[in-house]
Structure formats: structure tokens, C-alpha cells
Ligand binder design. Structure first.
Ligand code: WTA
Length: 701
């Protein structure tokens, strides 16, 4: 936790920053046409989900699901803060996403898969076919001896086989843990180990930026890494990107590796009854980065999670069964789980699944896909918006798609990018909802209800229905709205979508999310357990929140959380490196990117080769998204007298800011040496305050 002195500074910084840079944005109103068709039109919805109606207001969410047995208790707080929702009920997520739609929607597309190569046509998977494929696969998984409660790790690209495998697991209560396909084999291996999976599901290859990548190679590394960490993987189940053909060069390992399509032959036409599982059973794990080097596995429940993503998909994304909805995120992240697969499918939506890069082969690709498929709800991240704007500001005008609703997620969006999204992509017709939330929260926390609340560029809006945010300062006092002060945003109450725990680490769950503001560790009253989100935020006088970014040494690269400690330990795998420090640098497209400073061991000559190997180490240990923008070899790290590396000083240098007073450091001279190395001889620093998340960097220990 941050120390008080450091935090006094932090608050001053944020106040100054807000005073200088923040101006109130004008509201934008949803169109009458949008309002008339919206799923949620009740102007009093937030009052209906007021704190005084908690927790019973969430019964309405549970009612959106089909239950095998009704629940008895809405919220059980007896093991606070490990909340249990809809206790006593029996339910199945696969049934709710697939089977229950067959009566009405059997011949409607559940997914439309768009391969990256543009000459390969989109493939529609109807609900009837989805049902058949999920069942056959569930039969296969059962045939392999997998059962309720087992964990299975996936390292899959964006192909229909990914949601099919997720839903097959969900049918049996097998807990899936999908690792983002762009993560390295090593990163996958350490997550296999943490979750205790004995089975890895992968694919031989997939298209990315014009090449067919050999992805099977990563499976071999993952299995080896897991084994080194003490976890044996018995089986690697390999989907083929082109069934019947092997698209990778890496050999299959006899007895361990099996082609899914071969195994499936035995199960053609088989069906498996969806298992009636307890509400509070685990549906999946999703790993995310935090302050320490070890990623944490957020464990999500079946009924609470599914009800939450179903309701928010209906009311906030405004998905109707007749809509064509496209979320351009990757299923390897929580956004894809909640808002490509589970939420949309529970609403019988048609969900578009695109394999590749949005700008391949050019920046018109997303708009061509939207036009061709008749997409009318579009969901993406600020990074993609910035990139598409940079490469093709006029491209959307060339295409005849029409969006009624658009969403952004993952990072703060600056008002300028917001306006391009609104004017050009949305053609001034579509509403925009800026959705703020986290892996741990399952679904949206801060959003506008699109037909009811006006939009305000750069702000996510008030709390979602039934979500009651509060901003606390370091002492635990509430920061009032309209004060212009920043603080730690927390949620006062539990909600059905919140994770159940961190896999295998109850203590870390309590410590990370609750300890700081918990008033009484033995309390069973939810009011004593505000959930700390890990973001800094300010609340304007109108109640809208503006999110300032992570406060826990996590760098949000293109909307993806990367832990500083993970990057630093990757750097330290290069034997010549004695010390490593990573800092975030503002980037016009990706929001933030990591920049690395290393000190090398005595007697070693600095060289480009060391720099190259540090870059490679990051790609191998984490993945290409962790590739540092620069690696600087420095004579020494700036340190306090107690030996702590001052990352904030390095962050100032990297971001071309004044380093401030460094005379109290143990080695103040080194600061100027590093500054010259990075910025050159001339002083090019500005006096502008650093953005909040960068300014407080390195204070979270
Ligand atoms: C950031 C992604 C501003 C925030 C769903 C959060 C946002 C972290 C927004 C979680 C938004 C997400 N505006 N910041 N609309 N959405 N963030 O776990 O810092 O990958 O804590 O979940 O992304 O990232 P995660």
C-alpha cells in the first residue's frame, strides 16, 4: 500500500492536473429513434436499483435466466467478502446460451466468423449447429474423463472453436481458463500451473496480419514451462484451423497431442445433458496482472456472472435478438468472455467473431465487415479507435453500414478520439457507451444507460444499475462529487458479476480488493466491505465518473493490463542484467507502452545484443504486447537512500517531464546522466503535470 507522504503528493498532483487539463465536456443526447427501440427505457432505473433496494433488485437479473431449480437466497454474506449469489439454485450456462434458444432461434446465426484473409468468406454458425457442436465436444471431454470442477486451460485464437469449447466445458461444469492467444507459451505455462490444469486446448495456427502463425509451437513451450513449475499436462488437444489439414510445422507429440477433429469422429451426433450445477459453482478463471509478479486468476461464478452479463448486454449494449452485434475485442480477455460469448448468447444474439487485426489489409476492413454483415451494434477499445482514425480518418464514409449503438472499453478515451468515433464511425446517429469495468468485476461498473443518460465524452457515466461507486481518499474519507479531487474508486456493494475469489489465494483476494477500506474484518455486513477497483477517479458535479487509470503499477497497454513486476522479471532472465525498472510512456495509439531501464552487472560491456535479448525475453516470457518501446542501459538506477528504485523519476524522463527535486536521492547525479541518454543534451522536458497513473507510478508497494 502507498505510504501517506507519497499520497499527499499524489493528491496534489491530481488536483493540479485536473485544474489544468480538465474541462467539462458538453453532453450529447441519444436520438429519439434509438430511445424508441431501446430495451431499457425506464427513466427511474437507477432508483429501482437504489441501495435501499439491494440486494433484491438483482432478482430481475436472475429472472433473465432459465433455472433447473430456483434459488432460495439472493445474497449470502456469511463468508464475507466471498459473496454467494442466488444460493440454492441449479443452473447451466451452456443451456442458457444455447439449448433454450432452439425453440425460437434454431436457424438464426449465433456466431458469424470472419477469417482474416479477405478472400475467405464469413461462416455463419446457427444455434442448431452450435448446439450440435457443443454437445459433441462435451461428449468428447467427458469421454476423456474430465468432470465438474476440473480446470482446463485454453490457448486459443479468435475462432468459433474457442466459444464452442468454452460452452462444452460449461455444459459439464469444467472450469475453463482461456489464456489470450497472443501471450507467449511461457505465460500460458505459468497459468496452467497456477490453475492445476492437466489438459491444454489449442489450435495449430491462425491468421494474424497476413501470416498463418504456427501456434502449436507455443503449446510445447507451455507444457514444458508448466512441468518445470511442477504441473504435468497429460493431453494437448489441438484444433485444426483447416479441419483435416495440419497448419503448423511443430511435430505432434505421440500420446500427448491429439487432433480434436480426429477425436470428435467418435462422437458425431452425440448429445450430453447439461449438468444442473449449483449457482455458485465456478464457470471460468481469467488471469490478470497486479502489483506482484504473479498473475491472479479471477474466478467467476455460474449464475451470478451469467445473470450480470445477460442483463447488461440487454440493457446497456441494447442487444435484441434481431441485431447483428460485433465486439472487436479478443475472447482471451474478459471483454470477450462477457460481451462476445456469454452475454450476447444468453440473449440469443448474433455475435460476430473476427479472427484478425482491424487494420488488415487496410483501415477500411472493420467498416467493410460491418457493411457486409449488417452489423448495427459495434463494440471496441480506444486503442483501435485511435489506430483506425490515424490510418483512415475518412474510411467510414466509404461504407454504408449503420450503427445504432457503439461502445468503448478498456482505457480512458480522450474527448477528441471520442468525437471522431461519434462523428465518423457512428455517423452522428449511434449512441456511445463508455464502459468502465475490470476482469474481476465480470461486467460493467460505470456506464450510461444509453436511452436514458446523455453521453459525456471522456467520462464513463454514473454507476451501472445496482452499482454504487464511491471515491475514498487515503484516509478513507469520501471525496465529494464536484470537488475536483481524485481518489480511489470503490464499489460500496457486492453485485452478481463480481468474481468469487482469486483462484487458490483467498488472502490475496481480501488483501488486494478489500483490506484498505474494510472497517471490520470479521463483519458479515456487506456495507463494511467496499470493493477497491484499483483505479483513480474523479466524480463531476453531475455524478459522472472520469477514470484516471490504475494505481497498482499495472501498465494498461492498448487496454491490456501488464504488471510491472512481470516485465521486470522477464528482463532479469537475461543473465547480464543486474537490475530492471519499467515505466509507462504515453503513446498516441496504445495509450501507454512500457519502457525499460536496465543496469548491467559489473564487468559486462553494454551492447545492442543485450538490448535485443531483453526485448526478446519480454516477448518470450509474456508476449509481443509486452515489447518495450525502448530499452536503455543506464550506469545506475536512481535510488532513495534506502535503496528503492525511483521509478517515478524514470517515468518523468521517459515522458519528457521535469524530474523535479532529486537532491534527496542517494545518487542524484545519475539522474542527469540518464536524462541525457534518453532525451539528448538539450533540455526538452515540459512543465506539464504527468497523467495521474504515470505520476504515481512505483508507489504501490
Ligand atoms: C481500465 C477490461 C477508463 C481501468 C474490461 C481498469 C478503463 C482496467 C475503462 C481493467 C474505461 C477499463 N475507461 N479506463 N471505459 N475500462 N479501463 O481487467 O484502468 O483488462 O482498471 O478489464 O482497464 O482492465 P481489464
Amino acid at each position: 500500500m502507498a505510504k501517506t507522504t507519497a499520497n499527499t503528493e499524489r493528491t496534489e498532483v491530481s488536483e493540479a492536473q485536473i485544474a489544468v487539463h480538465w474541462k467539462e465536456e458538453a453532453y450529447y443526447q441519444p436520438s429519439e429513434k434509438f430511445k424508441a427501440q431501446a430495451n431499457m427505457r425506464d427513466a427511474h432505473i437507477l432508483e429501482k436499483f437504489g441501495v435501499d433496494k439491494f440486494p433484491d433488485c438483482f432478482k430481475e437479473y436472475a429472472d433473465m435466466l432459465t433455472w433447473f431449480e430456483p434459488y432460495r437466497t439472493v445474497l449470502d454474506t456469511s463468508d464475507a467478502p466471498f459473496w454467494k449469489w442466488f444460493v440454492g439454485g441449479k443452473i447451466n450456462a451452456s443451456y442458457n446460451c444455447v439449448d433454450r434458444h432452439l425453440a425460437k432461434h434454431a436457424s438464426k446465426a449465433a456466431f458469424i466468423f470472419v477469417p482474416e484473409p479477405e478472400d475467405q468468406p464469413p461462416v455463419a454458425i446457427k444455434y442448431q449447429e452450435l448446439y450440435a457442436r457443443v454437445n459433441e465436444l462435451a461428449a468428447l471431454l467427458r469421454g476423456l474423463g474430465l468432470k465438474t470442477g476440473d480446470r482446463v486451460t485454453f490457448h486459443m485464437p479468435m475462432v468459433p472453436e474457442l466459444p464452442i469449447t468454452m460452452l462444452a466445458c460449461a455444459r459439464l461444469g469444467i472450469v475453463h481458463s482461456q489464456v489470450f492467444g497472443g501471450f507467449s507459451g511461457q505465460a500460458c505455462g505459468s497459468r496452467i500451473q497456477d490453475s492445476g490444469s492437466r489438459v491444454l486446448v489449442t489450435m495449430d495456427g491462425y491468421w494474424r496480419n497476413g501470416s498463418l502463425i504456427d501456434h502449436k509451437a507455443n503449446a510445447d513451450i507451455a507444457v514444458r514451462t508448466a512441468k518445470d513449475l511442477g504441473q504435468a499436462v497429460d493431453k494437448v488437444l489441438v484444433w485444426q484451423r483447416y479441419p483435416g489439414t495440419y497448419s503448423a510445422k511443430t511435430p505432434m507429440v505421440p500420446g500427448r497431442d491429439f487432433f480434436m477433429n480426429d477425436l470428435l469422429k467418435e462422437y458425431t451426433g452425440r448429445t450430453v445433458e447439461p449438468v444442473a450445477l449449483p449457482s455458485e459453482g465456478a464457470l471460468f478463471l481469467m488471469y490478470s496482472s497486479g502489483t506482484t509478479g504473479k498473475p491472479k486468476g479471477a474466478q467467476h461464478s455460474i449464475a451470478g456472472y451469467l445473470s450480470y452479463v445477460t442483463a447488461t448486454s440487454r440493457w446497456i449494449l441494447d442487444i435484441h435478438p434481431e441485431d447483428v452485434y460485433w465486439c472487436m475485442a479478443d475472447i482471451g480477455w474478459i471483454t470477450g468472455h462477457s460481451y462476445i460469448v456469454y452475454g450476447p448468447l444468453a440473449n440469443a444474439a448474433t455475435s460476430v467473431l473476427y479472427e484478425g487485426v482491424p487494420t488488415f489489409p487496410d483501415a477500411g476492413r472493420p467498416w467493410r465487415i460491418a457493411e457486409r454483415l449488417g452489423v448495427n451494434i459495434f463494440h471496441t477499445a480506444p486503442t483501435a479507435i485511435r489506430m483506425l482514425r490515424k490510418l483512415g480518418p475518412q474510411e467510414p464514409r466509404k461504407y454504408k453500414y449503420r450503427f445504432k449503438s457503439m461502445t468503448t472499453v478498456g482505457e480512458p478515451i480522450e474527448p477528441e478520439a471520442w468525437r471522431w468515433y461519434y462523428d465518423e464511425v457512428g455517423k452522428r446517429e449511434a449512441v456511445i457507451t463508455d464502459t468502465w469495468w475490470l476482469t474481476e468485476t465480470g461486467g460493467f461498473l460505470g456506464v450510461t444507460v444509453p436511452a436514458i443518460h446523455p453521453m459525456k465524452p471522456g467520462s464513463c457515466g454514473p454507476g451501472a444499475p445496482g452499482i454504487h461507486p464511491v471515491i475514498y481518499d487515503e484516509t478513507g474519507a469520501e471525496v465529494p462529487k464536484g470537488s475536483g479531487k481524485a481518489g480511489n474508486i470503490c464499489i460500496r456493494n457486492p453485485w452478481p458479476g463480481i468474481m468469487q475469489t482469486l483462484w487458490g489465494d483467498r488472502d490475496r483476494y481480501v488483501k488486494t480488493y478489500f483490506s484498505k477500506y474494510n472497517r471490520n474484518p470479521s463483519s458479515k455486513d456487506w456495507r463494511d466491505w467496499p470493493f477497491m477497483c484499483g483505479d483513480g477517479a474523479v466524480q463531476a458535479a453531475d455524478g459522472y465518473y472520469r477514470i484516471l487509470g490504475r494505481i497498482d503499477d499495472v501498465i494498461n497497454v492498448a487496454g491490456h493490463r501488464l504488471g510491472t513486476k512481470e516485465i521486470e522479471s522477464a528482463c532479469l532472465t537475461v543473465p547480464e542484467v543486474a537490475e530492471a525498472a519499467v515505466v509507462p510512456v504515453a503513446d498516441e495509439v496504445k495509450g501507454r507502452v512500457p519502457e525499460v531501464y536496465i543496469a548491467i552487472k559489473p564487468g559486462v560491456q553494454p551492447s545492442q545484443d543485450i538490448i535485443d535479448r531483453v526485448i526478446r525475453a519480454n516477448e518470450e516470457v509474456i508476449g509481443k504486447i509486452a515489447r518495450p518501446k525502448h530499452v536503455y542501459i543506464v550506469p545506475d538506477m536512481p535510488k532513495t537512500r534506502s535503496g528503492k528504485i525511483m521509478r517515478r523519476v524514470l517515468a518523468s524522463i521517459s515522458n519528457r517531464r521535469d524530474v523535479g527535486d532529486v537532491t534527496t536521492l542517494a545518487n542524484p547525479d545519475v539522474v542527469e546522466q540518464i536524462r541525457t541518454l534518453v532525451q539528448g543534451k538539450d533540455v526538452i522536458a515540459t512543465k506539464d503535470e504527468l497523467p495521474e497513473d504515470i505520476a504515481k507510478f512505483g508507489q504501490a508497494e
